[in-house]
Design a protein. Structure first.
Length: 226
């Protein structure tokens, strides 16, 4: 993989880049948000590793600008010491695809990066439809009752699994296998993505579609539907 690491902490930057290169990956580094954004816009990277607290331009704003200027762009994994649900949701809303809390193990970072790089969307012509929800897989466009919805990469991947299976239940294990190649992150990560997906899809005035099946997983269907 070709990886862009944007991290201002010298020790973390040196250790992380060394671990990634030792695993056989090509790594470019940036020490602040401004230079990191320029590299991200100019280079062809498989994945970005982005620290949240950066000088000149913080990680959230960098991610927002990257998505605005490059559309989908490369997958982004955020590194941060902030681990509350609100912090994670803010990162996902800015366009992040995954979230790793410091301190972290190199093995976990590598597994997550490999999973991100492998699940870049491929052009397809199929359109999935569940109730009044439509997902054009080729254009990566989602609409609910004719209104466009904005979802990040992980949200799109989860939605595809739920829509393909609907109205059947998709287990947590199935989603983790698709998203992280079977590596199970902390339990709040998947819940955070589902929360963001539900917030985007089940807007006020529309019948809720995203259902939690306690202890098992999730499904897409109207309440009371088969």
């Amino acid at each position: 993989m070709r990886i862009l690491l944007i991290e201002d902490h010298a020790t973390v930057r040196a250790n992380t880049s060394e671990q990634l290169e030792r695993a056989g990956h090509e790594v470019d580094v940036a020490v602040d948000g401004r230079s990191g954004l320029l590299l991200a816009l100019a280079g062809a990277y498989d994945v970005l590793v982005l620290d949240l607290g950066l000088p000149h331009l913080d990680g959230l704003e960098l991610c927002r600008r990257l998505r605005a200027q490059r559309g989908a762009g490369p997958p982004v994994l955020m590194l941060t010491a902030r681990d509350t649900l609100d912090d994670k949701l803010e990162g996902f809303a800015a366009g992040a695809d995954d979230y790793l809390v410091k301190p972290f193990e190199a093995a976990e970072l590598l597994v997550r990066l490999q999973a991100l790089a492998r699940r870049s969307p491929r052009a397809e012509s199929e359109t999935l439809v569940v109730d009044d929800l439509r997902y054009d897989l080729g254009a990566l466009r989602v609409e609910r009752a004719g209104r466009p919805l904005t979802l990040n990469r992980v949200g799109l991947r989860i939605l595809r699994e739920l829509m393909t299976a609907a109205p059947r239940v998709v287990t947590r294990e199935q989603l983790e296998r698709v998203l992280w190649d079977g590596f199970s992150p902390e339990s709040s990560v998947l819940r955070s993505h589902i929360y963001a997906l539900r917030k985007a899809i089940d807007t006020e005035g529309l019948a809720p579609l995203v259902q939690t099946v306690r202890g098992i997983g999730y499904r897409l269907a109207r309440e009371g539907g088969a």
